[in-house]
Design a protein around this ligand. Structure first.
Ligand code: PLP
Length: 420
């Protein structure tokens, strides 16, 4: 339940069960998964390397492409060193293994991605969740545990509500001594900051000529904004080199295929070179936001291209969803904790959507809402901003300790729905 098997895809359209839909889901924020230069780089990489290195990078599976991408990512993110890992998930696991040597306590946002909580619990650290976005609570906890070595962990942009971590405030509350800030920037990389440098840059933790502070570590996926596949961690050599030296999830696995790494290198060049792409993402985000507001839909106040909202009770949302699909639009209806309700729409827009596609989705939403008198009456004329603290699906919030490596209760699986 939950999978939507796609038969073919472009940056803005998918074919499902033979039906062509304009897609407003996924995380291909800049459309780079379909960019011609990126695809050509992958094709050239296939001719050069074949499909797989068939071995760990630490034995015979390293390539100059992987090494170059690490240097290029470190330069882009203004970090001392970078390590490319098989996925974003394993970037967090590798970092967890590296951190656990010197840091015993992890203080993590209660809405952090499951790979973040998995990484620190599996590494054997004591893990305490703090209320969503609450830098003061994070700082107070960090102060309590600094003698044991403490790490504050947060997503840069949270996938469920589009909220942006208060990265500067989290950095400022780091206690003196053995304390680090980790930002999982899977959804901020290629989206926020100068040329998509991400959440840290958005909050001024890096700027032109100002490198990333040695107490900040970034992790990211290469499969979202960059449109490719793989993961990376970037930060001070004293941490990144430890991950390279000891993290079994990196040392004992085959890396992302070199052709895909060539694609990532090209995608990074496009992002760094073409500020118009991010401008287009931002103007598309504004267009969709304005249109949803006009329909009376309440949204979280975020500049991220992620829109999560409810329009009424679940049966009526299912009917709206079904109607949108019948009109040729996929606006995913999902069940995932951390949004405004148990089930809600999670719509994303990307830089490749045309104004017509966005307006088409809005018009279809308008017709679907008009066909539901109770929903229409409930939405009213004026949209009110949602509060980020609202909407934990399990009703729990606040500081609490995660009990062990498999306490992943904070973030159960993402479950999209397509009408039967
Ligand atoms: C915040 C966050 N961290 C980590 C990951 C894992 O990245 P990947 O899919 O590259 O393993 C994801 C999504 O998949 C994510 O949303």
């Amino acid at each position: 339940m939950g999978r939507i098997p796609v038969e073919s895809a472009s940056a803005t359209e998918i074919v499902v069960e033979g039906k062509r839909l304009t897609g407003f889901g996924g995380c291909n924020y800049l459309g780079l998964a379909h960019h011609p230069e990126v695809l050509n780089a992958v094709k050239a990489g296939l001719d050069r390397y074949g499909l797989s290195t068939t071995a760990s990078r630490e034995t015979t599976g390293d390539t100059t492409s992987h090494d170059s991408l690490e240097t290029e990512l470190a330069t882009f993110l203004q970090a001392e060193q970078c390590l490319v890992t098989p996925e974003g998930y394993s970037a967090n696991l590798a970092l967890g293994q590296a951190l656990a040597r010197d840091y015993r306590v992890a203080i993590t946002d209660e809405k952090s991605h499951r790979s973040v909580s998995h990484a620190v619990t599996a590494a054997g650290m004591r893990v305490i969740a703090y209320p969503h976005l609450d830098a003061r609570a994070a700082g107070a906890l960090a102060g309590e545990y600094v003698r044991e070595g403490v790490v504050i962990l947060t997503d840069g942009v949270f996938a469920a509500d589009g909220s942006i971590a208060p990265a500067k405030a989290l950095f400022d509350v780091l206690p003196k001594g053995r304390a680090l800030l980790v930002i999982d920037d899977c959804h901020g990389f290629c989206v926020l900051g100068r040329s998509g440098r991400g959440t840290a840059d958005h909050h001024g933790l890096t700027s032109a000529g100002v490198p990333l502070d040695s107490r900040v570590v970034l992790t990211t996926s290469l499969a979202k904004g960059l449109g490719c596949y793989g993961g990376a961690l970037a930060g001070p050599s004293s941490i990144i080199q430890v991950a390279q030296d000891i993290a079994s999830v990196y040392r004992g696995t085959t890396p992302a295929p070199p052709a895909i790494i060539e694609g990532s290198r090209q995608a990074l060049k496009v992002v760094a070179r073409d500020p118009m792409l991010i401008q287009k993402l931002r103007s598309n985000t504004d267009r969709l936001r304005r249109g949803l507001h006009k329909l009376g839909i309440s949204l979280y106040p975020t500049p991220a291209p992620i829109f999560t909202f409810v329009t009424g009770d679940f049966p009526s949302m299912e009917r709206i969803h079904r109607r949108l699909v019948s009109e040729g639009y996929l606006a995913p209806l999902i069940a995932y904790p951390g949004g405004p309700s148990d089930q809600y729409f999670r719509v994303t827009v990307n830089a490749m959507h045309s104004a017509e596609q966005i307006d088409g989705l809005l018009a279809a939403f308008g017709r679907a809402i008009d066909s539901e008198p109770t929903v229409k009456a409930g939405l009213g004329a004026e949209a009110k901003p949602l509060k980020f603290s609202e909407g934990r699906a399990d009703g729990r919030t606040g500081t609490r300790e995660l009990i062990g490596p498999w306490d992943l209760s904070l973030t159960p699986v993402f479950s999209p729905r397509l009408p039967a």
